[in-house]
Design a protein around this ligand. Structure first.
Ligand code: SDX
Length: 429
């Protein structure tokens, strides 16, 4: 990165010189870390829309052009030619693996797929209808109780092992959550299967009989996991980084990321999209719901639409929309909600309100249609997102430890509360 400077003159006439960070990719950036020292001023940016929290080599997004790169590779090429475990290796290590590296990495992940037997007892403590994301967040957080005393966060090997364990165990915990939800026996991971086949087997297999993996389903999940693996400094990744910056246990960090992802404004949107399509019901109701989405007095939003960064098509949505047709066709599934979603998109993208605000379908708009075709219940959609995003969360968590200028995250505020005043005794209030 080359550096030049920007000069700031405050209303009081103080001057400050701030370095400008220019990198090969992405916008020029003012480095404001010395602004307060030079001028006494802070900056304010609600939601951090224009503020970088870190430097990273992992994922690049150009919101204006709808570009998404994982370690420099376009998401379209990875979706077309790679697989989730290879993308996992890429995000964690920075380069695509050769065959022996890929085999060794797959074996390493496979070796860590089981969870402590007490997790099964822990799971049984939940009501059957507890929300799967509540169970995920709790179960992954509880793994911190099993992996804490022997972990030295200053040891890169311990950190890497924690990341491998998290990536490997997320599907096992997710399948346990699903089995608890439907009241079936928990299944153990089958290490002769690959990552997505193992998940399908643990979710849909039963001890009573063999389970035959549907290759279309396994491939569709693998594609969705590639598309959901990482996405720069989104809310849940920023959560993991902030919690990680205190040196907290990695399982606790990922549990915090799951909590953040759960929100309907973030990863919870894939569940909210299907509920919204249910509520709309059919094409005749679309205009009514588009009007609700535009009405400032109505809290209704078009779920799966809009994005903080993409002011163009979310490239993932484009890939998933096409995959919807392919997967539903191969599975022989007719889903009227796909037609409804496409009509909704078509009408919204012609409406001035959405066009003026650059509101396009995002990754969550179509993903639920595929999950539903695979037989995954709506409340498990964000769990699927979390399985994939654990790769991005752990890769960014590892990177933060390796970044020299990492400090504990501690934002400031604009205070609007009461001025200093004296305490009033109770008998005088
Ligand atoms: C994900 O950050 C990431 O990268 C996230 C993610 C990832 O991979 O990690 O990509 C995954 O979270 C995708 C987003 C999923 N969320 C949804 O689909 C929920 C619906 N979308 C919105 O709530 C909203 O678009 C956000 C949260 C995604 C973005 O919010 P911003 O950037 O804060 O935008 P905003 O709320 O300031 O909206 C700007 C304008 C407002 O209108 P005005 O005040 O200018 O009149 O657009 C309107 C909003 O009211 N608007 C919408 C809308 N989204 C924004 N109006 C109707 N429907 C919508 N969906």
């Amino acid at each position: 990165m080359s550096q030049d400077v920007v000069k700031i003159i405050t209303p009081e006439g103080q001057t400050a010189e701030l370095p400008v960070i220019r990198s090969e990719m992405g916008p020029p950036t003012f480095d404001i870390k010395t602004l307060n020292k030079q001028t006494g001023y802070f900056t304010y940016d609600s939601g951090f829309a224009a503020t970088g929290s870190c430097t990273s080599d992992i994922t690049f997004i150009d919101g204006g052009k709808g570009v998404l790169l994982y370690r420099g590779y376009p998401i379209e090429q990875l979706a077309e030619q790679s697989n989730f475990m290879e993308v996992t290796y890429l995000l964690m290590n920075g380069e695509l693996p050769n065959q022996s590296q890929s085999n060794a990495f797959n074996d390493e992940i496979t070796r860590h797929t089981m969870v402590h037997e007490k997790i099964h007892a822990f799971m049984k403590g939940f009501q059957y209808d507890a929300h799967p994301m509540a169970m995920m967040m709790s179960a992954i957080g509880s793994l911190a109780a099993f992996y804490h005393n022997h972990m030295d966060m200053n040891n890169p090997e311990d950190r890497r092992l924690a990341a491998i364990r998290l990536i490997a165990k997320m599907p096992t915990v997710a399948a346990t959550v699903y089995k608890n939800y439907i009241g079936q026996p928990f299944m153990y991971p089958k290490n002769s299967l690959n990552f997505t086949e193992r998940l399908l087997h643990m979710m849909y297999g039963v001890p009573a009989e063999p389970y035959e993996i549907n290759p279309v389903a396994a491939k569709a999940l693998d594609l969705l996991f590639i598309l959901h693996a990482d996405h720069e400094q989104n809310a849940s990744t920023s959560t993991v980084r902030l919690v990680g910056s205190t040196g907290a246990n990695p399982f606790a960090c990922i549990s915090a990321g799951i909590a953040s992802l759960w929100g309907p404004a973030h990863g919870g949107a894939n569940e909210a999209v299907l509920n919204m399509l249910d509520e709309i019901g059919d094409v005749s109701q679309i205009d009514k719901y588009i009007a609700k989405a535009k009405d400032k007095n109505d809290p209704f939003r078009l779920m799966g639409f809009g994005h903080r960064v993409y002011k163009n098509f979310d490239p993932r949505a484009t890939i998933i929309r096409k995959a919807c047709h392919d997967v539903l066709g191969e599975l022989g599934v007719q889903d009227p909600q796909l037609e409804l979603a496409m009509r909704l998109e078509e009408i919204a993208l012609k409406d001035e309100y959405f066009v003026a605000r650059n509101l396009y379908p995002n990754v969550d708009f179509y993903s639920g249609i595929i999950y539903k075709a695979l037989g995954i219940p709506v409340q498990m959609f964000t769990v699927m997102f979390a399985i994939a995003r654990t790769v991005g969360w752990t890769s960014q968590w590892l990177e933060q430890y390796e970044t020299p200028d990492t400090r504990i995250g501690r934002p400031r505020q604009v205070y609007r509360g009461a001025k200093t005043r004296d305490f009033v005794p109770l008998n005088k209030r």
